[in-house]
Design a protein around this ligand. Sequence first.
Ligand code: UD1
Length: 368
Amino acid sequence: MGKPTIYLVAGARPNFMKIAPIVRALDAHGALAYKIIHTGQHYDRDMNEVFFEELGIPAPDLFMGAGGGSHAQQTARIMTAFEELCASQPPACVLVVGDVNSTLACSIVAKKACIPVAHVEAGLRSGDRRMPEEINRLVTDAISDWFFVTEPSGREHLLREGKPAADVHYVGHVMVDNLLYQAERLGQIETANFETAPFKACHGSYGVVTLHRPSNVDDAATFARIGAALEHLSQRLPLIFPVHPRTRANLERFGIDLGGRVSLVGPRAYMEFLNLWKDAAVVLTDSGGLQEETTALGVPCVTIRENTERPVTIDEGSNVLVGTDAERIVAEAVNACEGRGKRGRKPDLWDGRAAERIVAILAGLLQG
Ligand code: UD1
């Protein structure tokens, strides 16, 4: 008999960073085979291919091209394509990461085909059911078999929801595995050619902004309020803002002008973005992953959201939640740029070895 095969599902930008260390750990371990399934949820080159190239992920074994459209259209297209694959070539296990629509779609299909599902980054809860990712997390965790958890709150939620303790594994964070690996590589490559290198070179102190959550950028009044805060802050601290396609469209639609001290650039590849934010005075964001990455490197982070599903970044890390109130956004960011920002400490097991732990556990489960 051949090695048990795992399908690794990736679809959207934040998935790629989580898959990369799992691929490396599977290669090093050797007892399990794998196939990379790219749903195509993100399809622009700068949202997807550049990550595959740079993060050292092998080309996908299957690219479904199921991106774009509404949530239901996207989810349905991914489910249909993945169902055909699971019927014709059923794997021993489907591994999904995070909380995007691809995570939801593929876990539902796998379970209906009676294939075990492993969920990496399980148990996170924002408590906010207006957030599409919260629905994806709840549904995925309701049907998954094995749960790999990044922080104490994840374990608590899953146990409270009735999951057997034996199926819940606190392993650390694959996103941090990837970050530490890439940060070391960054030290060895030439960064002067990055498009954002001149910005970094000409500003000793600067802030980095990312925004893409529908709750922040799809509502004109909210986005205008956040935009005004950024414009105000930029008088004090120059800002650079790599803009997600959804955000770009809404900036134009709502006619929001951030002024001359906010540099708008396109989405950056991983290394170039890391090179920017690791030396920033402060990061202002609504991203989930960046709240964690800034905590891992001790960079002050101001999160423009009312809640977070990643409370360890506040309890232990460098993150502060400020909501969308303009005064609070500016006050916390100024705090950070005056050197009073939160530095925090790295949570337990955020040591770069989470993927190894996951693979060792899966090998035990699938070979046993
Ligand atoms: C998705 C995830 C979100 C994650 C984010 C990171 C869900 C529910 N959301 O949100 O959790 O933080 O990815 O980026 O899965 N678009 C392009 N080119 C692309 C991808 C998207 O132009 O390559 C545009 C399209 O107009 C698309 C819109 O962005 O309709 C939204 O993309 P979608 O994948 O639906 O969600 P994200 O906002 O990217």
